[in-house]
Design a protein around this ligand. Structure first.
Ligand SMILES: [Zn+2]
Length: 401
């Protein structure tokens, strides 16, 4: 995890969106045909980053809520007062599929500027059939990995969580399972308890979805043992996880996805990242990009927080945003882990997903006020700009760094 191979004065030769050769510039033979060169001199080409936990499809703003929170209101108080997730639900329902696609396109442009070339995004701001399915559609259309977060909150038109789950599992799951790659649940006081989460997740697993959980964000409410028992892909947040949970995760192959920006925004303790790493757990970092508790799309900032607030080794942190977990066979379809792995190495035949520190998007001047500055001292010597443009090239492209 801590070893990073660095090739100085290197080239990456690409053809039709795939890496065809990697090496030192002096070993690059003359190229025939239509070759387009991206000059990355002085930059470091790193694998495009993978954000495995986002809520990037949303409409509206939570700016007034931020002001309330700044005045002392807690996350749970805002939620109970109809703010929080439910205020974004109202705006997201009103946006329509086209509006949501536009919003995601904007958010994707921010993510690309921060070097995220592969992303997961959840539904969960619709909580009705049409909006939940529209959210999943726009994620898939944008090339992301859609997760059905049907159990995110209980919308106000339902009497309680069980009544809402009756609806969601009967009316939304059958079609959601044809679009999404995974299902997710918010297991927390005020949202869904462990019994309700189990019911939801078992139904989703039965429908062919892989499982993820938001758990231990505020309280240890049984999310970690449930994730392990059900064979979930990941359990995410873990700010409240104690030593027993850390040990249990370390003895499982459930990935611990840590979201330090959310902890920072909500003034929560940081997840026990150092302990999880030391115990041998599978650890990944993600943004939790959402309008309320983590309005931040920057994985470089996440990496910096992981290093400064969770004491994870600098050289290990970038790797943790490149892959979510150890690869293992999936029951159906291409697994998230293998998708991440494809983007995590510069090797011939790999699909091209690069971030080029210091190289601005084509036609844009170099700028210093870039989000990559957060990881400046960790990843490379330059302020960093992404270049997903290289990945879009259909002709042969060589990139020198
Ligand atoms: Zn989340």
């Amino acid at each position: 995890m801590r070893s990073v191979d660095v090739v100085e004065d290197a080239f990456i030769l690409c053809d039709a969106g795939r890496i065809s050769a990697v090496g030192r510039m002096r070993d690059l033979d003359p190229l025939d045909g239509d070759v387009e060169e991206l000059d990355g001199s002085g930059c470091a080409a790193i694998p495009g980053l993978v954000d495995c936990h986002t809520h990037a499809v949303f409409a509206g703003s939570r700016v007034e809520e931020f002001e309330l929170r700044s005045g002392g209101a807690t996350y749970e108080e805002l939620h109970a007062a109809g703010g929080g997730i439910l205020s974004t639900v109202r705006a997201t329902r009103a946006a329509g599929e086209e509006g949501l696609a536009d919003a995601l396109a904007l958010h994707r442009s921010w993510m690309l500027a921060s070097g995220t070339t592969t992303f997961e995004a959840k539904s969960g701001y619709g909580l009705d059939r049409d909006t939940e399915l529209a959210m999943l559609h726009v994620v898939r259309e944008a090339g992301g990995s859609p997760t059905w977060l049907g159990a995110h909150a209980v919308p106000s038109e339902f009497a309680d969580a069980d009544a809402y789950l009756d609806f969601a599992l009967a009316e939304v799951l059958p079609e959601a399972a044809t679009i999404a790659e995974a299902a997710d649940v918010f297991l927390e006081r005020g949202a869904f308890d462990a019994a309700q989460a189990r019911r939801y997740l078992e139904a989703c697993r039965e429908a062919g979805l892989r499982l993820r959980l938001h758990a231990d964000q505020f309280t240890e409410a049984g999310g970690v043992p449930l994730a392990i028992e059900l064979g979930a892909v990941s359990v995410d947040h873990l700010e409240a996880t104690g030593p027993d949970g850390v040990r249990a995760l370390a003895q499982s192959d459930v990935a611990a996805v840590l979201l330090p920006v959310a902890a920072q925004f909500l003034d929560r303790p940081m997840p026990p990242g150092r302990a999880l790493v030391d115990e041998g757990a599978v650890v990944a970092l993600a943004t939790d990009f959402n309008p309320g508790s983590a309005f931040c799309e920057s994985l470089p900032l996440v990496v910096a927080l992981a290093c400064t607030q969770m004491q994870t080794a600098p050289r290990g942190s970038p790797r943790r945003v490149h892959r979510e977990r150890r690869t293992r066979p999936r029951p159906s379809g291409p697994g998230w882990a293998s998708r991440a792995g494809l983007r995590g190495r510069h090797r011939p035949a790999r699909r091209l997903r690069l971030a080029l520190p210091g190289l601005p998007p084509r036609g844009k001047p170099r700028r210093q006020d870039h989000p990559w500055r957060h990881a400046h001292g960790i990843i490379g010597p330059c302020p960093v700009a992404s270049s997903a443009a290289a990945a879009r090239s259909s002709s042969a492209t060589s990139t020198s760094t």
